[in-house]
Design a protein around this ligand. Structure first.
Ligand code: 5AD
Ligand code: SF4
Length: 438
């Protein structure tokens, strides 16, 4: 160890993975070496998530586990980045005495300075949030990626204040990144051989910078090359515009896939969640997607057992799932987060075993719908971007179609990064199985 090795571990959402690439860039420029083997590290940075209590508990366990390693390497320093650092600030260092520093999502430019201070035995907490920081000038170091598909962060923060959500407190006010720097980053990725970019933000539909809105930004990125696929996440139903849908329809390389978190099918619960739409509005947006971008896949997030949720509210969520027929859903049990509106004003009154039962009911229904949706795919052909060997069977490759569905097929002579044509011959609820078509 020369004292300059940095190992980063990332938890949570895609934004966090994108942020870790920004951190790597900042530290590499300052003379640190990003290492893939924790054994070579003098600093372990953990980029954390605070969205649910179980995400935080997992990270706490990891921090405690690292104590053993520090016993053998007394100069090893541990730092906490990201949402949990922002939420808990120096309290985290008081509770976990083997943590030397906490750094919130808007303070990553200070990391070189912080690392040199903690190497000398100091402790540091930098958690100020910014209204302007977008790291626009920092070219992320793509670590651990496949060289095919990359994230581009286009905005930061969130100010929707959904009543259950900690993100506005951990990531601060919403701000959009200069479109020129976004397009330049996409161009440079394409030149480096990347075939797919995903534009990231907590609510990409409210992107606006210098007169450019999200639909225009998507068009500009799509113009980089017809061979570069463009995806985006996440959309808020209240801001999903027809203009964006028309833009999606007019570019073949804009992927036909929308992640549109619904959270609940009950209007009463949606109001308590401060979502600014009701189920009729949401279903209207689904109809708009189906009519303007007919081949689009739709995915969602849902929370089971939010404050005061009744059996009838829960039934409405199940009914909405039956109506929309999502291709995929991220399904969660409600977890009360300190500092949110829900924590201050609502009661976490659905018993845990009831939350679990409702969640399992949603999962079972969604599994059945996903399988039925996939059965409809039998016989269809798709352009698939090959990503690499299938996890199950190394003789096969996997890739994704524009709809973001995973297809698995025999390797033959294709290579990762190539586009191939695949006919669907079989499926499970999660995967399409196919054959290469000449
Ligand atoms: N409890 C459970 N799930 C939550 N999410 C956000 N906050 C909470 C919470 N307190 C879910 C939402 C969001 C996704 C990223 O995480 O569904 O869309
Ligand atoms: Fe977790 Fe939300 Fe922070 Fe992402 S933004 S890391 S999901 S708390």
């Amino acid at each position: 160890m020369d004292g300059k090795g940095v190992y980063i571990e990332t938890y949570g959402c895609q934004m966090n993975f994108a942020d870790s690439e920004v951190v790597s860039s900042i530290l590499s420029k300052a003379g640190y070496t990003m290492v893939a083997d924790i054994g070579e590290a003098s600093f372990v940075l953990i980029n954390t998530c605070a969205i649910r209590d179980n995400a935080e508990q997992r990270i706490r366990n990891r921090v405690r586990e690292l104590r053993a390693r520090q016993g053998k390497h007394p100069r090893l320093r541990i730092g906490i980045l990201g949402c949990m650092a922002e939420r808990l600030q120096s309290q985290l260092m008081a509770e976990e005495d083997n943590v030397s520093f906490v750094v919130g999502p808007d303070s990553y430019r200070k990391l070189p300075d912080i690392l040199s201070r903690v190497a000398e035995g100091q402790r540091a907490a930098e958690v100020e949030l910014s209204t302007v920081e977008t790291y626009a000038d920092i070219e992320p170091v793509r670590m651990g990626g496949n060289g095919i598909s990359a994230y581009i962060s286009i905005m930061r923060g969130c100010q929707n204040y959904c009543s259950y959500c900690v993100v506005p407190y951990t990531r601060g006010r919403e701000r959009s990144r200069d479109p020129e720097t976004i397009v330049a980053e996409a161009r440079s990725l394409y030149r480096d051989g990347y075939k797919e970019v995903t534009l990231l933000g907590q609510n990409v539909n409210s992107y606006h910078c210098g007169g450019v809105n999200f639909a225009e930004l998507m068009a500009r990125v799509a113009e980089v090359s017809p061979r570069l696929r463009v995806r985006f996440a996440t959309s808020h139903p209240k801001d999903l515009s027809d203009e964006l849908l028309h833009t999606m329809a007019s570019y073949d390389n804009i992927c036909k896939c929308i992640h549109l978190p619904v959270q609940s099918g009950s209007d009463r619960i949606l109001k308590l969640m401060n979502r600014h739409y009701d189920s009729a509005w949401y279903l209207d947006r689904i109809s708009a997607i189906r009519s303007i971008v007919p081949e689009c896949s739709i995915t969602t997030d849902v929370i089971a057992g939010f404050c005061t949720e009744t059996e009838e509210d829960h039934r409405r969520t199940l009914d909405l799932f039956k109506q929309v027929r999502y291709d995929y859903a991220y399904m969660f049990k409600f977890s009360m987060r300190p500092g949110t509106y829900a924590e201050k004003h609502l009661a976490d009154d659905v018993p845990d075993d009831e939350k679990t039962r409702r969640l399992e009911e949603i999962i079972a229904l969604q599994g059945q719908i996903a399988l039925e949706n996939n059965r409809q795919e039998l016989g269809r052909e798709y352009d698939v971007l090959v990503e690499g060997p299938s996890h199950r069977n190394k003789e096969q490759y996997f890739g994704r179609n524009s709809q973001n569905k995973v297809l698995v097929f025999d390797r033959n002579s294709v290579e990762p990064g190539q586009y191939v044509r695949v006919r669907v011959t079989d499926c499970t609820a999660a995967t399409l199985i196919g054959q290469l078509v000449d």
